[in-house]
Design a protein around this ligand. Structure first.
Ligand SMILES: [Zn+2]
Length: 200
């Protein structure tokens, strides 16, 4: 496949200019100012378009389970793909809250069946997003959770903040790096504590 005439932006190779991209299978075969088309090669005219590495959105709401009229994994991941996002992290303020193995298993099954891009689940840091009791983080991490967040609620309550501070870092959460992250999703969302787990 030849992607021709797009503005290639690739920080890794420090390129930000119009280039032709020749792709063979799943690999980039060449990057050049003017690639020659070989017989049978599919050509995509990318004039006026950006050609970029897959984008990652760390904060999306796929509203699954519980709010299919708003969004679900299939529709949200299709929208992500259309916008150039190849990986998204979906937030846990769903109905029910994504704070237990049963709901997580169901979501992961739906992701496997319907996702159009890579979808990584963030699970609730506290049970029911109540800010009182930690979720069973170890089990959830072992079952496919890739981040923690009390999105939409926040973790600024002093008592819960000290609980988080004292959270034991044992396997499989030993590789979890804790960061306090601002919430860039919605103006009426409070800041949330997000902890990123190891990427799959
Ligand atoms: Zn949010």
């Amino acid at each position: 496949m030849l992607i021709r005439g797009g503005r290639l932006v690739d920080p890794a190779s420090r390129i930000a200019s119009v280039r032709d991209l020749l792709i063979s299978g799943e690999s980039v075969k060449s990057v050049s100012k003017s690639a020659r088309r070989t017989p049978g090669c599919q050509v995509i005219d990318a004039s006026g378009c950006l050609v970029i590495p897959g984008l990652i959105d760390l904060h999306v709401h796929l509203r699954e389970p519980g709010m299919p009229e708003a969004e679900n994994v299939a529709s949200g991941s299709r929208a992500a793909a259309a916008g150039g996002f190849t990986t998204v992290v979906c937030q846990p303020n769903t109905k029910p809250v994504l704070d237990n193995l049963e709901t997580l298993d169901s979501l992961i099954s739906s992701i496997a069946k319907t996702a159009k891009v890579r979808v990584l689940p963030a699970v609730a840091l506290s049970k029911g997003l109540q800010g009182k009791q930690l979720s069973n983080i170890e089990d959830l991490a072992g079952r496919g959770a890739r981040a923690l967040s009390d999105d939409g609620i926040g973790t600024s309550r002093p008592r819960f903040a000290s609980t988080i501070k004292a959270m034991p870092m044992t396997a499989p959460t030993s590789e979890l790096s804790r960061t306090m992250a601002g919430n860039a999703c919605h103006p009426n969302h409070a800041p949330s504590a997000a902890s990123s787990l190891k990427s799959p």
